[in-house]
Design a protein around this ligand. Structure first.
Ligand code: PEP
Length: 253
């Protein structure tokens, strides 16, 4: 049984005081024993304060990025050691915005992922195709390359700390979503790629989140699919009201 994972990716939004306000409010409405795992990924500058608030709650802390070195002359970067010390349990790696605006390639993403895993962080590896690739029927080729190269050198034990987020880039922040059925088809193929790379058990255990304009009104249909194990949520995670509806999908108030 794969426990659903709902991750809030705030991107470059919320000042520290706004992040603190959100975390306090979320704690008030979050059920104690969640049947869904919840992760909040604020900006680096808000991690410390949000970490203190989430202590003792069922929500976990995550970072949106990490560097592939432990320390040294890498101006502006943050290492997995530093994230661990702040209480981060998760880190998002290879988000499409980092691939596009910061020119991160699969090799760099792989190095980041391996170092994060070495420090026992749970990693969310983002994969997905652009609109042009989607229209050229290249989705599977792109996703396969991103997974194979992103996970190169990762062993089976470490795979227990990896989640994959399938995010069609044309659906991120656009209001367009893949239909639940189409998304599920890609998720099934991702699971098969993982099973082929490792083994069937690893493929079956792997949580695969969907991301791309997930909202309170489309989450239930996505979660009904056999291979969708949660969501990576951008815009709709910025308000407690909408994010809690996503966390509590399928439940009556
Ligand atoms: C994301 O940030 O990964 C994302 C999917 O954003 P949105 O939900 O706004 O499309």
């Amino acid at each position: 049984m794969r426990k659903p994972l709902m991750t809030a990716n705030w991107k470059m939004n919320k000042t520290v005081s706004e992040a603190v306000g959100f975390a306090n409010n979320l704690k008030l409405v979050l059920r104690d024993a969640q049947d869904v795992e919840v992760v909040i990924c604020p900006t680096f500058v808000a991690l410390s304060e949000v970490s203190k608030i989430l202590e003792g709650s069922s929500a976990k802390l995550g970072a949106q990025n990490v560097y592939m070195q432990e320390n040294g002359a890498y101006t502006g970067e943050v290492s997995p050691l530093m994230l661990k010390e702040l209480g981060c349990k998760y880190v998002i790696i290879g988000h499409s915005e980092r691939r596009e605006y910061f020119k991160e390639d699969n090799e760099l993403i792989n190095a980041k992922l391996k170092l994060a895993l070495k420090y026992q962080l749970r990693t969310i590896l983002c994969v997905g195709e652009t609109l042009a690739e989607y229209q050229n029927n290249q989705t599977i080729d792109i996703v396969k390359a991103e997974i194979r190269e992103g996970l190169a050198g990762v062993d089976k034990e470490q795979m227990g700390r990896v989640t994959i987020a399938y995010e069609p880039i044309w659906a991120i922040g656009t209001g367009k979503t893949a239909t639940p059925n189409d998304a599920n088809k890609v998720h099934k193929i991702i699971r098969k790629i993982i099973s082929d790379m490792f083994d069937i058990k690893t493929g079956e255990k792997m949580r695969i989140q969907y991301g791309g304009s997930v909202k309170p009104d489309n989450i239930s249909a996505l979660m009904e699919q056999s291979d969708i194990d949660g969501a990576l949520v951008g815009g709709a995670s910025l308000s407690v009201e909408s994010f809690i509806k996503i966390i509590n999908y399928g439940k009556k108030d």
